[in-house]
Each structure stands twice: as structure tokens, then as C-alpha cells.
Design a protein around this ligand. Sequence first.
Ligand SMILES: [Ca+2]
Ligand SMILES: [Ca+2]
Ligand SMILES: [Ca+2]
Length: 308
Amino acid sequence: MRIPLSLFLSLCSTAIAQSTTIPLNSKATFLHTNNDSGALASPAVSLASLGAAPGQWLLIEQLGEFDNGPQADVFHSLLGIFSADATLLAASNLNRVPGSIPAGAAATTANTFSGSQPTNIADDFWISHSVGKHDALVRVPAGAAFLFVAPHDSLYNDNSDPDGDYAMRISIVAAPAYPGTAEDIELSSGIDAAPTTSPALKSAAPGSQLTVVVDDRYTTTTGATSFLFLQPQLSPFVAPGALADTWFGANALLLVGPTALPADGISFTTSVPAGLSGLQLVFQGGAIYPLARNGLYITTEAHRITLL
Ligand SMILES: [Ca+2]
Ligand SMILES: [Ca+2]
Ligand SMILES: [Ca+2]
């Protein structure tokens, strides 16, 4: 049977993520500004208008580049903050989002260019970092109905986007198989290949080279006390750990750590032995981090490798 292409595409788009691309103004911010009269107020993005609700997972990608003023149209940067309502207070306030709800990788923002006034607030998160990754996977927190975004900058009125490509794409995606805290740390795994964050489920034949890497996404947790756990088990069912957002139990092996997270992450490599067919290797990384949303630790998504 032949299916018309248009029907095929529409079936695909139903099955795959629902995405919305929103153009951004690089002068718009939700951070406090000072002596920055050309700065604009970030518009509130309604989550309902995207079809998103608390508990769902969003992939937010920063597209294009902007010019931060003194340099060129080459900058990647985006911060986000969830809110219960659409209220954005005047730029003279430090906390302009009174309905803010914490989520994601906590962002520490720079003081204003003029007057060096603090801008840092607790609840905003990295979507795109100038020298890190340019996307974020976040779970919409309970009570959130709006999202504000802004580039991270200390002076906004001199920003521009000559080719008009600075934007964000928000996709509603399936929950990870074994989610972590979704902050500034991620796990990649590879079998005879460069490690990748996705898929989280892989298989490895005897004699293959298995590599697992734990690294930060936005460079903010370099130096944090980090670790990599391995839980070997026979069942493909992975039970949640006793600690929130963990996937290992008391019998897990501590493969790496505790150790200060190097700039290029911690890693573990092994040659897969023969005779262990069916064994499941569940890997998860994490770190002790003062800005963790749970107040203590951050964790990566866990990966499960089936030995063949
Ligand atoms: Ca641009
Ligand atoms: Ca600027
Ligand atoms: Ca902050």
C-alpha cells in the first residue's frame, strides 16, 4: 500500500515531538538592568499555547546567534525562568519574576555593566551557554504556566541580530527512560563509537569497547565532587534508587570518584567480556553541587547497556 507523502509526514509529526520556534529579541531580558534604557522586557511565553503542562519534558534549543554589542553576530546564550504567571516587574527590581519556580541548571548571572549591580536570582537556568551546550532538557515544574527567556548579558541596549536568526525552538519530548535531575551534568555512552547522550538504551557485544563519560553541559559544575556508579543486574527493569532521581541501589559499584569534575569530565572504559550475555549494566553519574535544586546533588540521566 502506498501512503501519500503529506499523510506520512502528518503521521510522523504526530508521533514525534511537537515543536514551536519563537524568534527572540536580543535586547529583551527578565534580569535587573541599570542605565540600560534600550533594554526591553522579555515577553511571557504561555506554556499552554505550546501544548505544554507541568510534568512534561521540554527540549529547548537556542538557534542562531546575536551580536552582544562590542563584538559580532556570533554569540550563543540563553537563560530561562519558569513562572506561575505572566508578571514581569520593572527592570529596577532585582527579582522581576515574582511567580518564579526553580528548575533546570541554576545560572549565576553577571553584575550590570553600568554600576556593577547584582542581577543574580535563584530560579533561572541555563538553556544555552556561550562556551557550553546550546540546548536544555527540562521538566516543567509543578505550578509553571509561563516561561521567560533572555540572553545572558550585562548590557542589553547595544545588542542586535543583523540577520534575524536568534530564536528558540521548544519541543515537547518523551520523558527520559531513567531521568536524572536535569541540571548541569550529563552522561554519554558509546560502544565502539564516540559516546552519545542518546539513546539511553544500548547493547554491547563481547570484545567491544564500552566507554562512559560524565561531564558538565554549561561548564558551571567543573570542580564539583563527581562520581560514576554502575549497577550490574540481570533484569532489564531498573528500579528507582532510594535517593530522588537516582537509578542505583546499595549494591552499586562506585566506578569513578568521588573526584573533582575535570573540565573534560570523568570517564570509564572497558572491553566487554564474553560469557555475560543478558547482563544489564546501568550507569549513572552525579555530583555534589551547592546550587543543586534539591540542595545537595545533581544526577545525569542513567543509561542501560545490555550485554550480548
Ligand atoms: Ca544572528
Ligand atoms: Ca550587550
Ligand atoms: Ca541565577
